[in-house]
Design a protein around this ligand. Sequence first.
Ligand SMILES: *Cc1c(COP(=O)(O)O)cnc(C)c1O
Length: 441
Amino acid sequence: MSKLALLGGEKAVKNENKELFAWPIVNQAMKDAAVKVIEDGTASGTNITKVFEKGFAEWHGSKYALAHVNGTAALQAAFYALGVGKGDEIICPSITYWASCVSSMSLGASVVFADIDPDTLCIDPIDIEKRITDRTKIIVVVHYMSMPADMDAIMALAKKYNIKVLEDTSHAHGALYKGKMVGTFGDAAGFSLMNGKSFAISEGGILLTDDREVYERALLWGHYGRHNEIENEQLKQVSGLPHGGCKNRLNQIASAIGIEQLKKYPTEIIEIDKAMNYFLDQLEGLPGIRTHRPAPDSNTTKGGWYACRGLYRPEELGGLSARRFCEAVTAEGVTGVVPGCNKALHSHPLFQSVDIYRDGAPTNLTNLPNGVDVRATDEDLPVSAAIHGRAFGLPWFKHFQPEIIDQYVAAFRKVIENYEELLPGDETVIETGAWGLTKRK
Ligand SMILES: *Cc1c(COP(=O)(O)O)cnc(C)c1O
């Protein structure tokens, strides 16, 4: 057996290839398009943005797309556009980025967290149903770490209880659920298009919907320069100023990049999908890990494989912690292998105790009937609370280069085959992940 690199042996990955991981892929057309906007002085216009929106909507087969300054703004516009207001409850998974839910609180809503499914890492439909009340307005679905959520079950619940669905599609651009693009199932979808995401245009976000009224309400909320598009008589009468008090339009440098991104991204994700599946096929069946990907033949895909994860099963490796496992794989020369994922949101003070608007009570409770307390504990959300020890980051291959990918497979195999050499170690499971982007020590 070869000696683990963590213990002084040679690295399994001999040819590190930065180009294999580089993201976003920037071509000359993107650069030219961005420079042209700067030179023309049209960054603040909307003509290029409208072309981008049309292309984005057509790619999804959706009626309306509305570009935003970032994904957070697109999601808040969607909350408003879907009618969220005082006293409403929003059901959201605890394992996601904060922007999936926090902005609903400034509309007067309360965030109710649901647990995730331990295998998909997406919101668990069975747990959603337990959280539904007559105040539930929206289920926020996050296709987490590019994995499409269980949309059949979620849409059935939405229908049964007459609740709207907002898809936060920031992780899964171009992914399919049973042959249909994610972001087209719910009443609206919000996408982040910032640089780290798989469909990257620098900074930006976009709202997608088939509902004209949702589109027009989102215009009313933050696109005062486009209120001439509003047809609804009631909305028209109160138009002219942004009801949300913010300017939401996208910088056209980003829109121009987006138009070019639309031309190449669908091809890029075919290669990413091929590379990632080639890699994971070889890890399938090894003890201690499970792949986090749709079943073959389900016609469900992971799009650009943003922030792809592996599932970790320490009980099959003598209790070796995810942290120690990741250290050992990283030492073999593999980038991106970190324990955990986003830190569970429910325990953050923002949802537990913070009084943002000086109401004299936690903001997440102020608009609920007396005695109703939606604050969750770790016992309420056991999968979310423990996920940091049961998931890890994978290398994100952008190109199909089998001879190099094989070295990464060898790195994982080597650590798994020799895990006993890492025992007994310090097996305390420390909390990993972060609430925002500030890494905790
Ligand atoms: C990145 C992200 C957002 C927010 O998007 P920004 O463009 O950064 O505002 C929302 N939801 C999820 C799940 C994200 O990962």
